[in-house]
Design a protein around this ligand. Structure first.
Ligand code: F6P
Length: 342
């Protein structure tokens, strides 16, 4: 049995732990494992590397992915699709492990529909994949954002400023909600519900009137103000899966808050800092468990599935389950974002 492993989409802390988990378990079954470089792009170019014990030694605590990643969509046109299918045969891959978010799992699901033996492993710092309670990378991103908010607190307080912290989260506000709560933010704005800028400004003013002469606003990059209700974007260019590059809501809030309240305001974008560096112990363990479970699915001939966390258990769900709508913060949890608002 020859297994190809790839990592696709935005990187997330824990990818190397997952690569190590699946490789070590697969090697223990006597399988041959190859790493496909830069996601689906590596399959289009037959760019692979051997994954043996040495190759995965020492990678557990490392951020990023030793295989590299890309947002390549091999089903974007007929030529690429044919090349992809041909290369899978020519490389002699009996099974593919696709580690990624909804776009990567979408490609995996299509391949599986075409009869290829594919297994998925969910990852994304956004934690927005259907079919699993948690993706690895999220815990690390929340820890990084929380630490940043702690640091921003002290400078905001010293200068009596309001500071807006823009965190990642395209459709789902999990990072904003969790880091906002953990960091004690005064205002938390999620993509799930358009916010009222007048309401945000009155909360900031109220806080200063209460004598706490600084405020922290945490906003997800995908949050939108009522009346505009469209993403703030950095560029109109879209990636191969049709996603725009988001950004700008933090800066917009900075200007609006300062203009409307007269309070000195700044904004910071945490951006890719949230995706870099060493994974937390939680993410290492989750990614390792996912990697082991993926190799076990192959061993059991259980293809077309994605490994998933449900409660404390690792189970397998159909790949199609994973590529359903984004798993956003549910309505009955969104109120949490407002509990500590002034
Ligand atoms: O998909 C995860 C994510 O971190 C999103 O929150 C964000 O919008 C996007 O990746 C940014 O990706 P990049 O700048 O790497 O293309």
């Amino acid at each position: 049995m020859k297994i190809g492993v790839l990592t696709g989409g935005g990187d997330a802390p824990g990818l190397n732990a997952a690569i190590r988990g699946v490789t070590r378990r697969a090697l223990s079954y006597g399988y041959e494992v190859v790493g496909i470089r830069r996601g689906w792009a590596g399959l289009l170019e037959k760019d692979v590397m051997k994954l043996d014990r040495d190759a995965v030694s020492g990678i557990l605590p490392k951020g990023g992915t030793i295989l590299g990643t890309s947002r390549t969509n091999p089903f974007a046109n007929e030529d690429d699709k044919n090349k992809l299918l041909r290369n899978i045969e020519e490389l002699g891959l009996d099974a593919i492990v696709a580690i990624g978010g909804d776009d990567t799992q979408g490609v995996a699901a299509k391949l599986s529909d075409l009869g290829y033996k594919v297994v998925g492993i969910p990852k994304t710092i956004d934690n927005d994949l259907s079919g699993t309670d948690r993706t690895f990378g999220f815990d690390t991103a929340v820890a990084i954002a929380t630490e940043a908010i702690d640091r921003i607190h002290t400078t905001a307080e010293s200068h009596q400023r309001t500071i807006v912290v823009e965190v990642m989260g395209r459709h789902a506000g999990w990072i904003a909600l969790y880091s906002g709560l953990a960091g004690g933010a005064d205002v938390i704005l999620l993509p799930e519900e358009p916010f009222d800028i007048d309401e945000v400004c009155s909360m900031v003013k109220k806080r200063y009137e209460q004598g706490r002469k600084f405020a922290i606003v945490v906003v997800a990059e995908g949050a939108v103000p009522k009346g505009i209700e469209d993403f703030f974007t950095r560029s109109s260019q879209k990636d191969a899966f049709g996603h725009e590059r988001l950004g700008g809501i933090g800066e917009w809030l900075e200007k609006e808050i300062e203009k409307r309240t007269g309070v000195e305001t700044r904004s910071v974008v945490l951006g890719h800092v949230q995706r870099g560096g060493s994974p937390t112990a939680y993410d290492r363990i989750l990614a390792t468990r996912f990697g082991i479970a993926a190799a076990d699915l192959i061993k059991n001939g259980d293809f077309g599935k994605m490994v998933s966390l449900q409660g404390e258990k690792i189970v397998a769900v159909p790949l199609k389950e994973a590529v359903k709508a984004n798993r956003v913060v549910p309505e009955d949890m969104r109120w949490l974002a407002k509990v500590f608002s002034p």
